[in-house]
Design a binder for this molecule. Structure first.
Ligand code: PFF
Length: 465
């Protein structure tokens, strides 16, 4: 059986952008920005995207294209059988993310329909409290999952590529239209001020917290750490510049995130709603409530939640595809059987998340970040210390002169600098879960020891000395 592949460069880029652009941009990014001081968060987030997100994304691309395999098969093929476990971490991260993501996807579908009928307009807070968990949430999660499975079942080129080629341009156009409309609202000036001005004092006082939040969000929004980008790159030929494609993908993703903020903050400010309030429910309570008060509320609400539904779907199909690719490559399943098995799995895990709020929050807030960080840390140590010069050759294959200029610094970043950064955030995340506060120095020392230990295990003690 010949392995699936993308039909065109644009198809790959749009599919990867579709994966990156999702609830992370429209739901998670605005509330994290609001919670972490507006412009202060935006600045660090942009820095982390450029310095960690993009090189990390390229690490996944290199492993995927070099092996032409799903995560488990990729690490086995490139490193030997004992590396399969690292692919297992990626599969696990995919399960964690889609289990809660599909529940939020269900909420979005429900709000799209609710905008047409005006269901939530009267009492947005009570409406959200009534639908967020329970059997209704399960039903909409199942609907969201069914659409996702349908696209994946249709195949890489005929399903995912075709769907994202329509979805991504639609998202940009509709969001652009909404941003233009939002600019006419009375609170727009104040909103841009909050969003785009940097509060240096705030940043100084809360640097570590803002850094941790922006690092987690940078990985989440670029879909790295769960093997999604690795799998998408495994359907690529050798003739493309991974660095150029990765830069385009990250730029479009960030642009769309910022654009979403240009819609959301003016709407909130126009009604005097404090953007920091509401947490994860902000989108559904404050924003939906704001729509209800504004002119053309049904139209605006439907377009907005429709856009978010498209964005969420183009991300969920990418996570679903990781597990399907694993079953097709490693267990010789047909695509239809693999799709059915994966759908069955998420039917269970997503339904449990939709019934048990504390589990949902644990997955969405904490475990997802930890799993993606651990996944990417493993991938990069592998690329840097197991592949080494082969990673460099893969990066350079198809690369233009500009991308080649930074190929060696990229490898050093992937082998040393990024693992230190990721180990630091992983440890501080774990410490936060355990409820212990470790100082910056202690965390940094533990990160150095941990990374050096990993390198010593991979390459022998002499590699570290
Ligand atoms: N990048 C997606 C978003 O921003 O909504 C979410 C996501 C997709 C996270 C795939 C992780 C992943 F592997």
């Amino acid at each position: 059986m010949t392995r699936a592949s993308w039909r065109s460069r644009l198809g790959f880029i749009l599919a990867a952008v579709g994966s990156a652009v999702g609830l992370g941009n429209v739901w998670r990014f605005p509330w994290l920005t609001a919670e972490n001081g507006g412009g202060a968060f935006l600045l660090l987030y942009l820095l982390v995207i450029v310095l960690v997100g993009v090189p990390g994304l390229l690490g996944e691309f290199v492993i995927g294209r070099r092996s032409n395999r799903n995560p488990v098969g990729a690490f086995e093929q490139l490193g030997g059988r004992h590396w399969r476990a690292l692919g297992g971490v990626a599969l696990l991260a995919s399960v964690v993310v889609l289990s809660f993501y599909s529940v939020v996807g269900g909420w979005i579908l429900r709000y799209t329909a609710g905008s047409v009928t005006g269901a939530y307009f009267g009492a947005p807070q009570q409406y959200f409290a009534a639908i967020d968990y329970g059997f209704g949430a399960v039903a909409f999660h199942v609907l969201f999952l069914a659409i996702t499975a349908g696209v994946v079942y249709a195949g890489v080129d005929r399903g995912i590529e075709l769907a994202t080629k329509v979805m991504v341009p639609a998202i940009v156009l509709l969001l652009g239209g909404l941003a233009a409309w939002a600019a006419t609202l009375p609170g727009a000036g104040a909103a841009y001020g909050f969003y785009l001005t940097l509060d240096v004092a705030y940043l100084r006082a809360n640097f570590l917290d803002v850094l941790a939040a922006s690092a987690g969000q940078a990985l989440f929004t670029l879909s790295v750490g769960a093997g999604v980008m690795l799998t998408y790159a495994s359907y690529l030929g050798e003739d493309r510049s991974l660095a150029a494609d990765g830069t385009i993908i990250a730029t479009l993703n960030t642009g769309i995130g910022v654009l979403a903020g240009l819609v959301i903050f003016p709407v909130l400010f126009s009604l005097g709603v404090a953007p920091g309030s509401g947490g994860p429910g902000a989108l559904f309570i404050s924003l939906a409530g704001a729509f209800a008060e504004l002119p053309y509320s049904r139209l605006v609400g439907t377009v907005f939640f429709g856009v978010v539904a498209l964005a969420a779907l183009s991300s969920s199909i990418s996570i679903f595809e990781v597990l399907v690719a694993y079953l097709v490559d490693e267990h010789e399943a047909t695509r239809s059987n693999a799709t059915a098995v994966v759908a069955g799995l998420f039917l269970v895990t997503g339904s449990v998340a939709a019934m048990v709020p504390s589990l949902f929050t644990l997955l969405a807030d904490t475990i997802a970040n930890l799993a993606l960080t651990a996944g990417l840390l493993g991938f990069l140590l592998f690329a840097g210390w197991v592949l080494g010069s082969k990673a460099l050759a893969e990066y350079e294959s198809g690369a233009g002169p500009l991308a080649r200029l930074v190929s060696v610094p990229w490898l050093y970043a992937v082998a040393i600098v990024l693992p230190l950064f990721l180990a630091f955030s992983l440890l501080s995340g774990i410490a936060a879960v355990l409820g212990v506060t470790l100082g910056f120095e202690l965390l940094a020392a533990a990160a150095v020891v941990g990374v050096a230990g990993c390198i010593a295990i991979i390459r022998g003690p002499t590699a570290v000395l």
